[in-house]
Design a protein around this ligand. Structure first.
Ligand SMILES: C[S@@+](CC[C@H](N)C(=O)[O-])C[C@H]1O[C@@H](n2cnc3c(N)ncnc32)[C@H](O)[C@@H]1O
Length: 350
């Protein structure tokens, strides 16, 4: 007797759609349509001035491309690859013959971005990916056998994927562990930093990293405390402050989060190192553009470019910052605080 083999597949067990309260999902885990490939949902989210979960909308792309003027055959570096939004636009302009080195400190998002850009057809000959802090740019260039780049971009801070993922602990909007590390395999979490820092050191950090006016009160209230989630930190900030409007509370909460994130990731020292090495990483005539999102970053870039121009390293620098258009700010409110400064390295002496 031969065994009868049926070609009819077993019916799949019925899977219930995840439920969420209200018309639209609010929690990151429930935004499965945005995180998948439901193009209609993604278009709707963008039209509402939001960023689809698990993605990032690149800022001032047109302005960045105009400033950097990438040419076929150029070597370009994207110091902050993120979702690859800027890189995706830069890459075709480097062809034929050019190469883009994409750096990012985040080991969680980087492989996803590499896969996305490879799927768009950018092979290893034209696009390489480096899990590295941008402070190590000279070493990355040397290892790849290059003496410099014609185009360098740095879009500072964190991506929307990082901000919106509650597990990363960057935002008060989502309850999550108080982590904030760009590389979750390294260094102290924000919770551990808070527990070991002194009140004085925390107050200084709140002023230096975020111009927080209630730095003394908050330093005393938060230092040494065991605050393990984003919500616990936000509640402790509100409890420590004198009575204020809801808006003012929110501003202080945002500033404390920003100050801690900068400290956890040593962001200013990475930026200072990059700015110091930049002239030696640029080929003669090479262009650099830096997008900053708050005064602590912008001050540093402005000063480094000005000093470089005085010393004759840069032939030209931005006189004024470039800002997003009103249209871009309306369509993507996360672009609002962005400023671009640029510099052009002097051409080689003949
Ligand atoms: C604003 S996002 C960049 C978005 C990107 N331009 C795009 O269009 O998708 C900033 C990225 O820089 C990375 N980053 C921040 N500081 C860094 C550092 N010191 N070294 C390397 N990467 C860094 C973050 O992990 C994040 O992915």
């Amino acid at each position: 007797m031969t065994e009868e083999i049926s070609n009819t597949p077993e019916p799949l067990p019925h899977k219930r759609r995840p439920r969420y309260a209200g018309k639209n999902p609010r929690r990151f885990e429930d935004k499965y349509k945005e995180r998948g490939s439901d193009t209609a949902t993604i278009a709707k989210v963008i039209a509402a001035g939001k960023t689809p979960a698990g993605t990032h909308r690149p800022i001032m792309v047109k302005e960045v491309l105009e400033i950097l003027a990438p040419q076929p055959g150029n070597t370009a570096v994207d110091c902050t690859l993120g979702y690859g939004g800027h890189a995706q636009q830069l890459l075709p302009l480097l062809l034929p013959g050019g190469h883009l080195l994409g750096l990012d400190a985040d080991p969680m998002e980087l492989p996803k971005t590499e896969a996305r850009l490879r799927a768009l057809g950018f092979g290893r000959e034209h696009f390489s990916v480096h899990r590295s802090n941008f402070a190590g740019l000279p070493q990355i260039l040397a290892k790849s056998g290059r003496t410099g780049a014609d185009v360098i971009l740095a879009d500072l801070g964190v991506s929307s994927m990082q901000i919106d993922d509650p597990a990363r602990g960057f935002s008060v909007k989502n309850e999550g562990p108080l982590d904030m590390r760009l590389n979750p395999q390294r260094g102290l979490t924000a919770a551990a930093l808070l527990q070991k820092i002194s009140a004085d050191a925390l107050s200084r950090l709140l002023v230096e990293n975020a111009d927080e006016s209630y730095a003394m009160i908050l330093g005393a209230a938060l230092a040494g405390k065991s605050l393990n989630t984003t919500t616990e930190l936000a509640d402790a900030i509100r409890a420590a402050l004198p009575p204020r409007s809801q808006e003012e509370y929110q501003l202080s909460v945002r500033r404390v989060f920003q100050a801690l994130r900068i400290a956890v990731n040593d962001e200013f020292s990475a930026l200072d190192t990059l700015l110091r090495f930049l002239p030696s990483c640029l080929n003669p005539g090479g262009r650099v553009a830096i997008l900053t999102f708050h005064s602590g970053e912008d001050r540093r870039v402005k000063k480094a470019f000005f000093t470089g121009q005085q010393q004759g390293v840069y032939a030209d620098i931005s006189e004024e910052v470039v800002r997003p258009s009103l249209e871009e700010r309306n369509s993507n409110p996360r672009s609002s605080p962005a400023k671009i400064r640029w510099a052009r390295r002097a051409a080689a002496e003949m």
